[in-house]
Ligand binder design. Structure first.
Ligand SMILES: *Cc1c(COP(=O)(O)O)cnc(C)c1O
Length: 596
């Protein structure tokens, strides 16, 4: 996309299109201004598709001509029911308007919609290149675009599209478990052979380098290691043998995830059979972000307990409040463990929500982010693996998440064959290395077209997202001046604003009740949609700090918040912000007085 040309056409002196220009050109338009153009594009897509079908096998025209015409009754039935469906859907939550600031959802972009529709018409199954000649290639190219955005070397990174962030996170656990299982299997084998006591923690984190050396030195083949693998063999038997070799009960690996984690991590602990006990929460600091000193403490505790660390997870853009964990200091810490102790711990960043914010970094809008957030987002590429959700800040239709690894070795998962060797036998097919089997190419095509037509960097989507952060801050100012009791949760790392009510000296339980009542009152109005969240025990330090702001009596350890997500593209128009933020302020002023 020639941004300079676009900006020049729009009569703007700046070379980079503004966020409101992007909103106007890359979305349907709040007043459906792009309706005529959209209809023409969709018509053109259908033209391409019908031409292709008609011309493909000319020798079959006679067969086609002999087919009976559509049965008028069936046609009538479909038309009627389709009308019924279309009418029913008009009652759907209107998330395209900037009056909807409830959840992580807004209008999808035009390139995403067109790309999605184009792929849908052909409906390839990206499970293999045979079933998807073009879709699979588009997927590889789209993954390379996301890799570039996230700071991976696109020529080395691997990945695929998933149904969402939940499955992408599962993909990471699957790979981390596979790697750890290999290393520990080798340790167990050597210990059983030599009678040396097994150091579970050291073996489980030995690294591929050491693994390769030991394997060569002892001439171990895959069959031998398989017999020591909890993944390939019988886990109960293998755990029992590990206990015997280590001279203490082996309780299995732990998963270290910050206390601000998404629910999907709890699901992962269940699905992978770790048990919820194995999910160790990393403490949060007073700003609600991962406390790196506590991560270090937990790793030491795991080592002391003889339990490997399956992976350490930081979050870039938490689901509740969009806090951005200090990803860079997490990497610093774990790289130090690697360098000084030779212990390799899998590092995953759950950037399901915040990943696209990396497109702001390095451009003219970088200062929109706090220096800490910008550095954290700039460090995403140091992770072993990443989750990003195009169906959130990528403005792509559901269901579209993505999972990426830094390189091919980290991506390997199927079979027990050594992944540190060249896995060319894996071929380009994905079926053996994705949790999901059949997969759509539509999300990949949506990202592909967005990347080609808009781009994810500071001159493209990044500019729109930078404005979303500014809009969030502007809203925070507006709602704070609306009523004396409004307490905005700080810091605001990106485009989610949370606030509560709280009178000076009021018990927290009462403030929570009033905030809940305010939410119910807003919720009862059809004009504006917000969401509500309750921060619990994990956020103790943040809750304390927030409550201190109005000298609250801390009579309970939870904080009820009204949550507003500012991803709607049309809020980049100043007119939309001033009108809607004023309306919201008036509503809060009226309703807050009525709460008790
Ligand atoms: C949304 C989200 C997920 C889960 O993604 P789905 O697409 O809903 O499966 C995981 N982690 C974080 C941080 C999220 O915001």
């Amino acid at each position: 996309m020639d941004h300079q040309r676009m900006a020049a056409n729009l009569g703007d002196a700046e070379a980079i299109p503004s966020a409101s220009q992007i909103a106007a050109s890359y979305f349907p338009g709040l007043g459906s201004q792009n309706e005529t153009w959209m209809r023409a594009e969709i018509q053109r897509l259908l033209d391409h598709w019908f031409d292709w079908r008609r011309d493909l096998f000319p020798q079959d025209r006679r067969i086609a001509a002999a087919a009976p015409p559509a049965d008028p009754v069936a046609r009538h039935l479909i038309t009627e029911r389709l009308d019924e469906l279309a009418r029913a859907l008009t009652a759907e939550t209107p998330t395209h308007t900037p009056r909807y600031i409830g959840h992580m959802k807004a209008e999808v972009s035009l390139p995403a919609l067109f790309g999605w529709l184009a792929a849908m018409l052909h409906n390839p199954n990206n499970t293999s290149r045979e079933a998807s000649r073009v879709g699979a290639v588009i997927e590889s190219e789209a993954i390379a675009m996301l890799a570039q955005l996230l700071g991976y070397d696109p020529s080395k990174a691997e990945g695929h599209f998933t149904s969402g962030g939940t499955v992408a996170n599962f993909e990471a656990v699957w790979r981390a478990r596979y790697r750890l299982d290999h290393w520990l299997s080798l340790g167990l084998h050597l210990s059983e052979k030599t009678g040396w006591p097994l150091d579970v923690f050291a073996c489980a984190h030995m690294g591929w380098g050491r693994f390769g050396e030991l394997r060569r030195e002892h001439g171990l083949d895959d069959q031998t290691l398989r017999r020591c693998s909890a993944a390939a063999g019988n886990p109960t038997d293998v755990y029992r043998r590990i206990s015997r070799a280590a001279g203490r009960d082996y309780l299995g690996p732990v998963l270290l995830v910050a206390g601000n984690k998404h629910y999907s991590w709890l699901k992962a602990a269940n699905v992978f059979g770790l048990g919820e006990e194995a999910l160790w929460s990393i403490a949060l600091d007073g700003e609600g972000r991962l406390d790196v000193a506590d991560l270090d403490r937990l790793i030491k505790r795991a080592r002391g307990d003889g339990r490997p660390v399956l992976m350490a997870v930081a979050v870039a853009g938490t689901t509740e409040t969009c806090e951005i964990d200090p990803v860079h200091t997490v990497h610093d810490l774990l790289e130090r463990w690697e360098r000084e102790q030779g212990l390799h711990i899998w590092r995953h960043v759950d950037a399901a929500y915040g990943g696209f914010l990396a497109g702001i970094v390095g451009g003219p809008d970088e200062a929109t982010l706090s220096p800490g957030s910008a550095t954290a987002l700039g460090a995403l590429g140091r992770a072993d693996s990443l989750t990003i959700d195009p169906h959130k800040l990528g403005y792509v239709p559901y269901a579209c998440g993505a999972f990426l690894t830094r390189d091919r070795a980290r991506y390997a998962v199927s079979g027990f064959d050594a992944p540190y060797l060249d896995r060319s036998e894996l071929g380009p097919d994905k079926w053996s290395s994705t949790l999901e089997g059949s997969r759509s190419a539509a999300g990949a095509a949506a990202i592909w077209l967005t990347g080609k037509a808009l781009g994810f960097g500071p001159e493209g989507l990044g500019a729109l997202l930078a404005q979303s952060v500014r809009s969030a801050r502007e809203f925070a100012g507006a709602v704070m001046t609306a009523h004396d009791d409004v307490r905005v949760l700080t810091p605001i790392d990106a485009n989610i604003v949370c606030f509560s009510l709280g009178r000076q000296g009021e018990p927290l339980s009462s403030a929570n009740r009033r905030t809940g009542a305010l939410f119910d009152a807003i919720h009862a109005s059809p004009d504006l949609s917000v969401s509500k969240t309750t921060l619990g025990e994990g956020y103790r330090r943040l809750i304390d700090r927030h409550a201190e702001g109005f000298s609250a009596l801390l009579d309970e350890q939870r904080l009820v918040l009204i949550r507003c997500v500012f991803m709607n593209p049309y809020l980049s128009q100043p007119e939309a912000r001033s009108r809607l933020f004023n309306e919201f302020g008036r509503m809060v002023r009226l309703l807050a007085d009525a709460t008790h």
